[in-house]
Design a protein around this ligand. Sequence first.
Ligand SMILES: [Zn+2]
Length: 431
Amino acid sequence: MKIGTTLLTLLFSLCLATAPVAIGAQEGLTFLHCGTILDGAGATMREMTIVVDNDKILRIEKGYLGADAGAEVVDLKQSTVLPGLIDLHVHVEGQSSPGSYLERYTMDPADVALRATLYCRRTLEAGFTTVRDLGGTGVNVSLRNAINNGTITGPRIYTAEKSIASTGGHADPSNGRSRELEFDAGPNAGVINNADEAWKAVRTRYKNGADCIKITATGGVLSVAKDGQGPQFRTEEIAAIVAAAKDYGMHTAAHAHGKEGMERAIRGGITTIEHGTYMDAETMDLMIEHGTIYVPTLLAGAFVAEKAEIPGYFPAVIVPKARAIGPALISTFGEAYRHGVKIAFGTDSGVSAHGENAKEFALMVQAGMKPMEAIMAATSVAAGVLGRGEDLGQIKTGYVADLVAVAGNPLENVRLLESVNFVMKEGVRVK
Ligand SMILES: [Zn+2]
């Protein structure tokens, strides 16, 4: 096998010296002529052809290969081609606005779903072919299914369904209500207060169709509650959630701002720490020791800090949290990066607008990360978090044909990623 492939490669390279090669009329093949390829794993290649067969990358060859009738040729000679981008932290069901706190009382699940079809399309057209949805009401599961079966257009979704919280915690669905409307949410609604309830909450997520588990390990910025930092689980509750999730093949993500809650999550075995605002060098060492991955969501920090200055945009209880946490995130990210914490890309889009996910890249680079590493965080590293390191997030033979292109060189100007001009998902061109 290996010798055959090498011979073929050699043959192609030899023929290329004289004229473009026709590969034979194979129906359904797409030939992408790529000026530059960033493969998502750190390599750069120039003047290459990617041959896509159905939903997979069939071959990657040096030079611009000619194609026979029946095959489509896409000219991306002036572009840089990358793997489809992966955002590990979105909330596809909604988008924050001064009115969003009322929506739970005014919108039915069908309203949420129909509006979210727009968000899904915008996300995909922005080059994000895969997202991890870290918490909604369960409509996110229906959206994933509708995308998978072709009913609507959108990115591949990995969903946590409903986040798991403790009573009064960041993801307690009855927070912020009057006593009359408040209720004692239990494990089915994703609220737990001991290890047994943790198991039930995870099993309920599994039953409802979740792909992964999200917990809110500390308070949060946008919940209608005073405290954004304190721990909201005991370590044994987190360990129970992680153990239950493992039984069902699910990885885990923890929203965390404060140090204590974050460290309990890391010790409990959580896969990714989201936001991580107030981690310090000790926390970073603990993450490295446990192999925990950091998903910074700088865009959410920047967004809420900006909106906090608009009177009335957020409820009053949120404003001081939003002002403080936004800028803190950026400096934490820079420190974590220099400390050697493994970083994967996530934006918390749904706080900021869907389709603007790529704005995160510029923030990462401003804080000190190299553009190539920021791109890897959104491709091969993110795919690894999803357990898809072997077939997603890289431009490599046999990998899923999720591809995007931008005009020019994003290593020189990472903001180019904010305007992708070509998107292919599973071999189908969507832009
Ligand atoms: Zn979030």
